[in-house]
Write a protein that binds this ligand. Structure first.
Ligand code: FE2
Length: 244
């Protein structure tokens, strides 16, 4: 064999090995499995948990559907910029979680919660805003809802919370996750004490997964063509057990 052929043969063997080992470009997850010898190493870190806050809804409401921008039976629309949130709930092995129950709650455009203990009474309630939704993931682990971009509000006299939406996700057989989702390009994100503490505890990659980019998509079907839409991926810390 000539030197050139020997070299080509050697390269091919190496390519075969790399391919079988899952170490080709773009498959760092495969590399992780080799290095750590465990399929668990494939999945990204779980979504960080964050405080539930004091304003989880305590007043029941008839309308808890996936359109928070209006109340059922009314043709009036909530104040504020309408946005769409599309999401998926995954387990610790990156498998979709079917039938997860999700509570979503948030402030209205003025930064006020529909909660009797909200001290931000200078901000008016919006009688046309739904404030709270109860959702369930579909057969592919997906969920979606339409809402308005909530207003920032003062947490203390020196600290304004950035725009955020609260989530509580319950799925059979895994720990309940309570967290918050943020909007990219909000200057308050960088100085928010809760996000700073999360970054310190969970690291940048996991914390950045809470911050979602909203934009319109000309190529999308339905309302995402016109309404800024963001995708929130939620990873639970566990794998739901399948009942026999
Ligand atoms: Fe909040």
């Amino acid at each position: 064999m000539t030197d050139k052929k020997q070299s080509e043969s050697s390269k091919q063997s190496r390519r075969d090995f790399i391919s079988k080992a899952g170490l080709v470009a773009g498959t760092t997850a495969g590399a992780g499995a080799i290095l750590f010898g465990s399929a668990d190493a494939l999945a990204a870190a779980p979504t960080p948990s964050q405080t539930e806050g004091p304003f989880f809804p305590i007043r029941d409401q008839a309308d808890k559907d996936a359109d928070l921008t209006r109340l059922v039976g009314s043709d009036k629309v909530a104040k504020g910029e309408v946005v769409m949130v599309k999401g998926i709930v995954l387990d610790a092995s990156d498998k979709p979680v079917v039938g997860a129950e999700i509570d979503v709650w948030q402030a209205c455009e003025s930064g006020r919660y529909n909660h009797p203990q909200d001290p931000n009474t200078a901000a008016p309630l919006d009688e046309n805003f739904q404030y709270w939704a109860k959702l369930q993931t579909d057969a592919e682990g997906r969920f979606a809802f339409k809402t308005i971009k909530p207003g920032a509000y003062p947490a203390t006299s020196t600290w304004d919370r950035p725009t955020h939406i609260h989530y509580r996700i319950k799925a059979w057989g895994v720990p309940t996750l309570t967290t918050q989702m943020y909007f990219k390009d909000d200057a308050l994100n960088d100085i928010d004490q809760i996000l700073i503490a999360t970054r310190r505890r969970y690291g940048d990659e996991a914390t950045d997964s809470l911050i979602v980019d909203f934009k319109t998509d000309e190529g999308a079907e339905g309302e995402s063509k016109k309404i800024p839409t963001g995708t929130f991926t939620i990873r639970l810390s566990g794998t739901p057990r399948i009942q026999d």
